[in-house]
Design a protein around this ligand. Structure first.
Ligand SMILES: Nc1ncnc2c1ncn2[C@@H]1O[C@H](COP(=O)(O)OP(=O)(O)OP(=O)(O)O)[C@@H](O)[C@H]1O
Ligand SMILES: [Mg+2]
Length: 462
């Protein structure tokens, strides 16, 4: 994994110099010319950054002030202060309030390299600690699926029965049916629950990256491998590894994975000696793996190893009786985070939801309910807040009306800007709610706000 190093310095030259050097060492630098930009980034990316290099002397807000704020929002983030002439006292003060170390400018490259290494190692320890705490918290609040249907009950009971074993499980089902939820149930109710449950999406990474993420690598195994790195298989030792979208695994990695399943050992990239691991495998797919085997895209031997127990999740349209309890469950969840209370659904809205075909299954239902709750004008979600109409037809009539009455044709960019502003205005600048309305992630929304230079007043000018 490339470590992301945050650099905050008002001097252009210094930022460029550090960024270039860090990138050449295989780190991923992220530069900020002002404390405000840095704080904004930290607020919106609460898990990003392995380390912060912070200049002491900056106009408007000095580094010490920034450090105080960073300490509050990100107590675990290691910070190295960079001081110029005459600011050594400030550096000492910075150490008192929790900076990890300081570097007096100009500093030799080797010194920076050594400090980075130290600091990141320390950060990792803290992070591991935090994730242990997280797991403890997670165990006290295990996420239980909501259902009343007989077919989901059978699936759930099956999961609980096989949770205690070490057998591999292959979960299949359409997108959004709850595959990951069942995978975590298998872990939560197993003797491995004290150890880690790790999930990796085999479709999201390139083959080489996935290989090093799964198997780990030795320092120098390839360009950019600056230190030994454990892979997920080793990190999940004595725990559970969830291999999502297993159908997308290349034949090369299928062969390597088979070895782990058969022998219980792996060879990190660049290593020669195998390491023993004890991992429980849960895999998921929305492809028909048997067909993939017949087409020669998936190894038959691996398929049988993974498919010791098969769990097939029913789609939401196969269990319409679950729609209402799930909708109420998601509404309760979103209501807790909303200023105005939305307590239920109109009977027409419920009827429509029951007859809809839900191609995106439970995830789609969750999105529809969240969106509805934000748009609702009264204390209940009505037909007007649902994004589809009866018969599953797209909103042809409504769309036609809107096309007639609303804005004139314009560039996509301009239209996007207007929609972002509308969502922000509608939610009083609540970014999580706006991102739900726009159907994008919070991160993407932040990017768009920056890109279109939107501020609280922007909507008024439109
Ligand atoms: N029975 C259920 N009760 C409560 N929440 C559920 C249930 N089923 C699914 N969910 C929720 O719906 C969302 C989608 O579920 P999940 O991620 O497990 O689906 P998936 O099958 O892995 O989807 P994908 O194929 O898109 O990866 C999650 O937020 C999950 O918590
Ligand atoms: Mg999933």
């Amino acid at each position: 994994m490339q470590h992301r190093i945050l650099i905050c310095d008002d001097e252009d030259g210094m930022r460029r110099y550090l960024a270039k050097m860090l990138a050449s060492w295989g780190y991923q630098p992220e530069t900020f010319a002002t404390p405000i930009l840095l704080l904004h980034f930290l607020e919106n990316n609460p898990e990003e950054g392995a380390l912060l290099l912070l200049d002491v002397k900056m106009p408007v807000m000095d580094g010490i002030e920034v450090l105080r704020l960073v300490r509050k929002s990100r107590p675990e983030l290691p910070v190295i202060m960079m001081t110029g002439h005459g600011t050594i006292e400030s550096a000492v003060e910075a150490m008192k309030i929790g900076a990890y170390d300081y570097l007096a400018k100009p500093f030799p490259q080797e010194k920076l390299a050594a400090q980075l290494n130290h600091c990141i190692e320390r950060g990792k320890l803290l992070e591991e600690n935090a994730s242990l705490k997280n797991e403890l918290k997670k165990r006290s609040g295990i996420k239980k699926p909501v259902f009343i249907s007989e077919c989901f009950k059978q699936v759930y009971e099956m999961a609980l029965r096989v949770a205690a074993t070490d057998s591999s499980v292959l979960i299949s089902g359409e997108s959004g049916t709850g595959k990951e939820l069942i995978a975590s149930t298998l872990h939560d109710y197993s003797p491995r629950t004290d150890r880690r449950f790790l999930a990796i999406n085999c479709a999201a990474l390139s083959d080489t990256l996935l290989e090093s993420q799964l198997f780990g690598h030795l320092k120098g195994a390839f360009t950019g491998a600056l230190q030994n790195q454990k892979g997920f298989l080793e990190e999940a030792d004595e725990g559970t590894l969830f291999l999502d979208e297993i159908g997308d695994l290349s034949l090369h990695l299928q062969a390597k994975l088979l070895r782990v399943l058969q022998e219980g050992e792996l060879i990190p990239v660049g290593a020669t000696r195998p390491k023993k691991v004890d991992v429980r495998f849960v895999a998921a797919t929305n492809k028909d793996l048997e067909k993939e085997v017949m087409a020669g895209r998936f190894r038959e031997d691996l398929f049988y190893r993974l498919n010791v127990i098969a769990i097939e999740l029913p789609s939401l349209r196969q269990r319409p009786e679950d729609i209402e309890p799930l909708a109420h469950h998601f509404l309760d969840m979103i209501s807790a985070r909303m200023p105005h209370k939305v307590g239920g659904f109109s009977s027409e809205a419920l009827k429509l939801m029951r007859s809809y075909h839900w191609p995106g299954n439970v995830r789609e239902l969750q999105n529809v309910v969240e969106r509805g709750a934000i748009l609702a004008l009264t204390d209940c979600i009505t037909l007007a807040e649902l994004p589809f109409t009866l018969g599953n037809k797209p909103e042809t009539k409504e769309l036609a009306d809107q096309l007639e009455t609303e804005l004139p044709p314009m560039s996509l960019r301009k239209a996007e800007r207007i929609q972002v502003i509308r969502a922000l205005k509608h939610t009083d600048w609540n970014k999580s709610q706006s991102s739900i309305l726009l159907g994008i992630t919070r991160k993407t929304l932040d990017r768009k706000i920056k890109e279109y230079k939107l501020t609280l007043g922007t909507g008024e000018l439109q």
